[in-house]
Write a protein that binds this ligand. Structure first.
Ligand code: 1CP
Length: 341
């Protein structure tokens, strides 16, 4: 039995008020984050400095009292730890030395990951010691497809074209890349659980760019392997999947993968999610992060829409995607008042 309402919701309990947290709740919309970020130097330095990473993880908990806290790190820690060169240029997003064929895969080595994965695990340890007792700690990684889109293109892309091309024209290479990511992700998430992560979330931010057959092969299949390995090792740790943009394939995703929760993006209607997802898993979402940035009546309507549609089943209140950089803190406070009453 647990007193943590976020865990209760993931165990399927229907609660009078939902637990609430926000994707990317630590970040540049917070003044106190920008200060620590500056002190850390590079973004990856911040990810690998346990004291600082724990500090920025705790900032939104202190300010807003969210029910869950997500480890501060990034999905690109995995390629970085495997040996690919990764940097974050300010204002431009991530840059990687692209890996586009079997020869390129040789620079990746599963034996290299210890130091970097362990420093993230150290952040998790500090957090378990520093979080309020009612707050649940979420560990995470990117799903193989989404991480691979960055590894192949060397940066974020509008349509994930380079990875889609590689998957069609060199499936041998692309399949091996995905296999490496499956293994590295199981290792990485296992270390997070051993260090104290109580829930895991798998971010597949770009799963919406794949047709059905490719979705099955590059999203469902590798994610199912990761989830089943973790389920076997840690049967009591709930897992949330986030196949962003998957549309009706959300349903296939929760049927094929043993997740306890599914994070729903803002393009899915809350009533569709209630009818097709909530009877099987806990749903999480799905207010538009731009409605939060805009605030006012538009935001209020969305908050009420989600709560009305989902309140008869298990759910977690969240956004449909990460919080926007220029979101006023006052809008977050207002939204919490509406949610918590
Ligand atoms: O300089 C900065 O401060 C950079 C901003 C930033 C932050 C705060 C980046 C760069 N990453 C993060 C932290 C982060 N990233 C977290 C932990 C913090 C929290 O949620 O509170 C998490 C869970 C992520 C996950 C992540 N990183 C995803 C999946 C979720 C999503 O937003 O779709 C992705 C795709 C990334 C890659 C990434 N990291 C950062 C940037 C600018 C990008 C590229 C995004 C893109 O291609 O559009």
């Amino acid at each position: 039995m647990t007193d943590k309402i976020f865990l209760k919701a993931l165990q399927g309990e229907v609660l009078p008020k939902p637990p609430v947290w926000l994707m990317r709740q630590a970040g540049r919309y917070l003044e106190e984050y920008r200060q620590v970020r500056e002190k850390a130097g590079s973004f990856l330095n911040l990810c690998y400095a346990p004291e600082l990473a724990a500090e920025v993880t705790l900032q939104p908990i202190r300010r807003f009292g969210f029910d869950a806290s997500i480890l501060f790190a990034d999905i690109l820690v995995v390629p970085d730890a495997l040996g690919q060169k990764v940097t974050f240029e300010s204002g431009e997003g991530p840059r990687l030395e692209p890996i586009t064929d079997l020869t390129g895969l040789k620079q990746l080595d599963l034996a290299l990951v210890d130091e970097k994965f362990n420093s993230v695990a150290e952040t998790v340890r500090l957090l378990r010691a520093g979080l309020p007792k009612e707050t649940t700690l979420i560990g995470f990684c990117g799903s193989p497809w989404t991480v691979a889109t960055y590894m192949v293109a060397g940066k974020g892309t509008v349509n994930q074209g380079p990875a889609r091309m590689a998957a069609y024209s060199d499936p041998e290479f692309f399949g091996q890349l995905i296999d490496i990511l499956v293994e590295a992700s199981i290792d990485y998430l296992s270390r997070q659980v051993e260090a104290g992560a109580e829930v895991l979330q798998l971010f597949d931010s770009w799963s919406g760019s794949l047709p059905e057959v490719e979705f099955e092969r590059w999203v469902i299949e590798p994610t199912a392997r990761i989830v089943s390995a973790l389920r076997t090792k840690y049967p009591d740790v709930p897992i949330i999947g986030f196949p962003r943009g998957a549309g009706p394939l959300y349903q296939r995703y929760i049927e094929a993968i043993d997740v306890q929760g599914v994070s729903v993006d803002e393009t899915i209607s809350a009533s569709w999610a209630r009818d097709h997802l909530q009877s099987k898993v806990t749903v999480q979402g799905n207010v538009d992060s731009f409605a939060l940035m805009a605030g006012g009546d538009a935001l209020k309507a969305q908050v009420e829409g989600v709560m009305e549609a989902w309140s008869k089943g298990p759910y977690v209140f969240n956004l449909g995607h990460g919080i926007q950089q220029f979101t006023p803190v006052a809008h977050v406070e207002q939204m919490l008042k509406w949610v918590r009453g």
